[in-house]
Ligand binder design. Structure first.
Ligand code: TYD
Ligand code: MG
Length: 456
């Protein structure tokens, strides 16, 4: 083994520095540098790079002579997974799956491996024993005769076994448990994660084998390890859901081979994950149709479309100054919208207590939620139930006008996918939607009173 040295790595972006720094010059984050041991080994000597296959020297090729792998996508039995991947597994792609512990990442991957009859799958696990995996496979109950389990964390042996098995698909559970002997620091550290991913990426590209990596996520909800990990892989999927509920959502946050607005929905059952083909069942089953003050908004969280429920309670203030209270929504924004409703809509809200709640404990900042907030307040004020199949997306201005919101197509697709039948959007979004065809009925509105005359 060559001389050992240490280096400092930014835990946020993966930047390297020979000395400790307070502020990372690359990503601007403070206090993110941590010392890690790295070997001064020859870069070209990592296990996969050593193999004979990588001796090929790349030369320029004509673009149209390169064979496209689009037709060669491996279409799985899991429609939800096919959808989030952009239409099936692309040969040679590196897919990262992140999610909280216990959410079902290992189950999803084992189920994928089991359902790929006709393909040889190598499932490398550094987290569970062979027996545990066998027991889980028995619970899932489908079988693929060509599935190999390897419980190993050292990349050198993993690459050796891969050359022997020659799998069609490789699954690694998880990237944070892998260890390359060419890096001194422990598994899960920035330099290990980066090195192991680089080796697997090289393997994927050179053998044209799709590789699925399971990644842990941190308390903040991002995939543990440097951001650079997400830059390196082709596709990043997030597996999320409330552990108290059985529904799980698989989202694409990055995809070099398809759209990132796709979303897959599953239900965790006793015998594995079930694909949910009609997602509206989730929302409808959780809602009481006969309540006023409930309105659904098509919002975006980061770049993720999400349909959320806004609840309000408006009642006459019996004690002194009326109260205004919000959970998950900006209180100043609520006051502004109440003033707009009072002045432009003529609703006497001045003497009313207003309580606003965003269901599910979500904090919203997206201005597109405004319209749902207004309709929810008026629904409670007038004690009129809004139709459970309608949703809203629009920013409300001081004049009571409804402004256009960004990524309207994504919001509409999501609402459509979740089974909504009608959606109220700004008239100013109409132009950008020309030519697009949707099953959902779109109401283009420019003023609040137009909306109220339609729904009340
Ligand atoms: P797991 O795939 O181990 O999660 P992760 O790899 O993301 O940590 O899933 C663990 C949970 O899934 C566990 O709490 C039990 C549940 N589960 C079921 O409900 N049904 C099943 O058939 C399986 C295999 C797991
Ligand atoms: Mg697991």
């Amino acid at each position: 083994m060559s001389k050992v040295k240490s280096s400092f790595f930014c835990q946020s972006c993966g930047a390297q520095s020979p000395k400790w720094l307070g502020k990372c010059p690359h990503c601007g984050e403070w206090n993110t540098y941590v010392e890690e041991l790295v070997s001064k080994g020859d870069e070209s000597k990592t296990p996969w790079r050593e193999s004979a296959k990588s001796k090929r020297v790349p030369a320029p090729r004509k673009l149209w002579e390169i064979e496209s792998s689009e037709e060669k996508r491996l279409v799985t039995k899991d429609q939800e997974l096919n959808r989030v991947l952009g239409g099936g597994i692309v040969p040679g792609s590196l897919v990262l799956i992140g999610g909280e512990p216990g959410i079902g990442k290992s189950t999803l991957m084992l189920q994928l491996a089991l359902s790929l009859a006709g393909s040889k799958v190598l499932y490398v696990s550094g987290e569970e024993s062979e027996q545990q995996i066998r027991m889980r496979a028995e619970r899932i109950g489908i079988s693929n005769p060509d599935i190999f389990i390897l419980t190993e964390t050292g990349t050198q042996n993993i690459f050796k076994q891969m050359e022997l098995v020659q799998p069609d698909v490789l699954v690694v559970d998880s990237i944070q448990t892998l260890q390359s002997s060419f890096i001194e620091s422990g598994p899960g550290s920035i330099s290990q994660v980066r090195e192991c991913t680089a080796e697997l990426m090289k393997f994927a590209k050179e053998t044209n084998t799709p590789v699925f990596l399971i990644g842990h996520i941190t308390k903040e909800g991002t995939i543990a390890g440097p951001k650079i990990l997400e830059h390196m892989v082709d596709t990043v999927l997030q597996f999320e859901g409330d552990r108290h509920l059985s529904y799980r959502i698989l989202r694409t946050t990055k995809n070099r081979f398809g759209s990132t607005s796709e979303l897959g929905i599953y239900e965790m059952l006793g015998d594995g994950l079930r694909q949910v083909n009609n997602p509206s069942e989730i929302l409808l089953s959780q809602r009481d149709e006969h309540l006023s003050g409930i309105s659904i908004s098509a919002m975006l969280e980061g770049n993720r479309p999400l349909l959320i429920e806004i609840q309000s309670l408006v009642s006459i203030a019996t004690y002194g100054t009326p109260q205004r209270s919000t959970t998950g929504y900006d209180a100043k924004r609520l006051n502004m919208l109440l003033a707009v409703l009072e002045k432009r809509g003529g609703f006497r809200l001045g003497a009313q207590d207003v309580f606003l709640n965003v269901a599910g404990g979500i904090k919203v900042e997206d201005p597109a939620v405004d319209l749902a907030v207004c309709t929810s307040i008026i629904s409670s004020f007038e004690d009129t139930v809004l139709p459970g199949t309608s949703c809203f997306a629009g920013e409300v201005g001081l004049g009571g006008e409804i402004r256009a919101v960004n990524r309207i197509e994504q919001r509409i697709s999501e609402a459509e996918k979740l089974g909504f039948e009608e959606m109220y959007v700004s008239k100013f979004n109409q132009k950008s939607l020309q030519g697009a065809r949707y099953k959902i009925k779109l109401h283009f509105v420019s003023r609040l009173d137009e909306v109220f005359s339609k729904i009340l």
